[in-house]
Structure formats: structure tokens, C-alpha cells
Design a protein around this ligand. Structure first.
Ligand SMILES: Nc1ncnc2c1ncn2[C@@H]1O[C@H](COP(=O)(O)OP(=O)(O)OP(=O)(O)O)[C@@H](O)[C@H]1O
Ligand SMILES: [Mg+2]
Length: 147
């Protein structure tokens, strides 16, 4: 294992950017290209935004945990909240399905298309766990210094 990081923060919209930057920085330690990292950032933003908006429904006193494991094969990201939970996960994952008519209902679709695996576990009144992984597919030289 190369690295492992856990972040735990309150359900504030401002913390979405924090999680996104932290995961991007970690992904930069593996052999991901910049465009891979852009996609990983979108997937993390979508999962954390869902925890803030839907999981805690705007309440700012809920905990969100992001657990990132990095190894030679790629990155695994677990985004967890202890909010309201999802009644029907299959339906929630359908393109265009949203609890809010103002929203696109595309968050899970982005997570699914940008990552190589997406698993969602949830229980009403208990919370939601979104588990994503992405494998390193690039084997050439990276033309940048990874910090
Ligand atoms: N962490 C969560 N807790 C509770 N419900 C959730 C959670 N994540 C997703 N959901 C439910 O799943 C639905 C679909 O999520 P998805 O991210 O695909 O779309 P959206 O958030 O409604 O819209 P968009 O992401 O395009 O702004 C949400 O509308 C919500 O009902
Ligand atoms: Mg969403």
C-alpha cells in the first residue's frame, strides 16, 4: 500500500472543495494522468455534495467521512454519511432520477462513468456509503513532477 488518508468534516458545502483537493493531491501520488485526476475530482465532488445536500438535507452538523486508499493498482475512495439514507438505491442511480426537480439527477451517472467501480450501500435513517475505485491504466512516463 502506498498511502491511506481519512478525512472527517462537517456537512458544509465549503467542504466539498476541501475533499476534492485532498483526493486530487493523493491521486497525484499514483500514476494517474491529469485528465484521470480531473475525472476522479468530479466523482468525489458528486459523492460529497450528495452527502451534504441529500444525506443531511442542508443541516451543517452532520459528519462526512472520506477514506482514500492508494496503491500501485489505483485509488479506492469511500464517502460515508450518517444522514437520512436512500430508500431505493437502484432508482436513485438511474440517470435523471432526483429527489429534487431542480436537479439533473446525474451525480451517480458521473461517478459511474468516471470510475471503474461504484457500490452504494444505504439504510433509511442510518446513512449512506459510496464506494468507488479507479485503476491506473497509464504505463508510460508522466510528463510532470508529482509532488
Ligand atoms: N448521500 C445520500 N443520502 C441520501 N440520499 C442520497 C444520497 N446520495 C444520493 N441520494 C439520492 O439519490 C438521488 C440521485 O443522486 P444523484 O447525485 O444522481 O442526483 P442529484 O443529486 O439529485 O442531482 P445532481 O447530482 O445531478 O445535482 C438524489 O436525488 C437523492 O434522492
Ligand atoms: Mg447529486
Amino acid at each position: 500500500m502506498l498511502n491511506r488518508v481519512q478525512l472527517r468534516f462537517l456537512s458544509l458545502a465549503d467542504n466539498v472543495g476541501l475533499a476534492r483537493i485532498a483526493v486530487a493531491q493523493l491521486a497525484g501520488q499514483a500514476r494517474f494522468t491529469l485528465s484521470d485526476i480531473e475525472e476522479i475530482k468530479v466523482a468525489v465532488s458528486e459523492a460529497v455534495s450528495n452527502a451534504v445536500i441529500h444525506g443531511y438535507q442542508g443541516r451543517a452538523d452532520g459528519w462526512i467521512q472520506v477514506d482514500v486508499t492508494l496503491d500501485e493498482a489505483g485509488i479506492e475512495i469511500l464517502v460515508e454519511d450518517w444522514g437520512v439514507g436512500i430508500a431505493d438505491i437502484q432508482k436513485a442511480r438511474e440517470p435523471g432520477h432526483s429527489a429534487d426537480p431542480e436537479r439533473m439527477g446525474l451525480g451517480f451517472v458521473f461517478m459511474e462513468s468516471f470510475m471503474h467501480g461504484l457500490e452504494v450501500e444505504s439504510a433509511l435513517g442510518e446513512g449512506t456509503r459510496v464506494h468507488m475505485r479507479r485503476f491506473v491504466t497509464w504505463s508510460g512516463e508522466l510528463s510532470r513532477d508529482v509532488q
